[in-house]
Design a protein around this ligand. Structure first.
Ligand SMILES: [Zn+2]
Length: 300
């Protein structure tokens, strides 16, 4: 578990490492001493906990007695634990003045992975899951965030299909809610941003994608919950080229219709007479409109 109480204040293991992912030794020592004196208390069941801060796995608080504490018995993969710490650090870096919480219990009883209280605007919640949840659970969360004026950032674990051009139904739900899909590669400390553009040209459905990978060290979040990067510029470029493509298509259709209506003005009997005149070498008798039509359609 990542949180516990120390002298009545919530502390979080994600604060134990610096931006280079090295332990802050003084803090480790202080919290280990506090645990030794029985001062670290589980926020869920109130019993004493200790700090494990080894070199390989992510640091965590653990109960001395294995008991029926739902928080203490939560098992999570190292990928998830590291990912949560990276996202927490990303928020710390982006909002140095704000209160940041890990495993934040919201008013409806649901936990968000990380939470920023933002006095200048909406609070921001990061919702990080390696696998997708059910559509019902997603909607419950999403509706809660929206109705509480909380800006959600949904983050998914990276997998092979994250790089695919195909967007899954779950990714589509996320994109509809926050405008893009966010994947976290915990092991390589990278963020992948992805957006799908799905549009129609005539009767044809077309799909275009924008993908960008950023090192988590190089990226920040602004107080509207958007990633500060060139991703939105890239998306704007794509949107612009789709707009141009649509305009060109419409122009093409318009020209085609004009040609059809031009053709409708041509009377077949007069056209036939005009052709006969030309064959007889009496081109001077053919009007300009019919002459143009004959040349344009290579009727001679
Ligand atoms: Zn407990």
């Amino acid at each position: 578990m990542e949180n516990c109480f120390y002298n009545g204040k919530e502390i979080c293991t994600y604060d134990l490492k610096d931006k280079y992912h090295y332990y802050i030794s003084e803090l480790v020592e202080e919290w280990k001493l506090a645990a030794n004196n029985g001062k670290l208390i589980c926020s869920e069941c109130g019993s004493s906990v200790y700090l494990a801060a080894g070199p390989i796995v992510e640091p965590y608080f653990a109960h001395y007695d294995k008991q029926s504490c739902p928080y203490g018995n939560l098992t999570e993969s190292e990928e998830l634990k590291k990912g949560k710490r990276l996202l927490y650090s990303l928020l710390r870096k982006s909002f140095p003045e704000n209160e940041i919480h890990a495993r934040y219990k919201m008013k409806n009883g649901i936990y968000s992975t990380c939470y920023v209280t933002n006095s200048d605007g909406n609070d921001i919640a990061i919702d990080y899951h390696l696998q997708h949840s059910s559509i019902g659970k997603f909607q419950e969360r999403d509706q809660y965030y929206k109705s509480s004026q909380i800006t959600p950032i949904y983050v998914l674990g990276i997998n092979k299909s994250s790089y695919d051009n195909q967007i899954s139904w779950y990714e589509n739900l996320i994109q509809k809610s926050i405008g893009l899909c966010v994947f976290l590669d915990s092991w390589n400390e990278k963020i992948l941003l992805k957006k799908s553009f799905d549009y129609k040209l005539g009767g044809l459905r077309k799909i275009v994608f924008c993908h960008r990978i950023y090192s988590i060290d190089d990226i920040m979040i602004d107080n509207r919950g958007a990633f500060i990067s060139d991703f939105s510029d890239e998306c704007n470029k794509i949107e612009l080229s789709i707009k141009k493509e649509k305009e060109l298509y419409e122009q093409m259709m318009l020209d085609k219709n004009k040609n059809i209506s031009k053709m409708n003005d041509i009377r077949p009997d007069i056209l036939n007479t005009a052709l006969e005149c030309l064959k007889r070498g009496e081109g001077q008798l053919v009007s300009k409109r019919y002459m143009d039509y004959i040349i344009e359609n290579k009727l001679l």
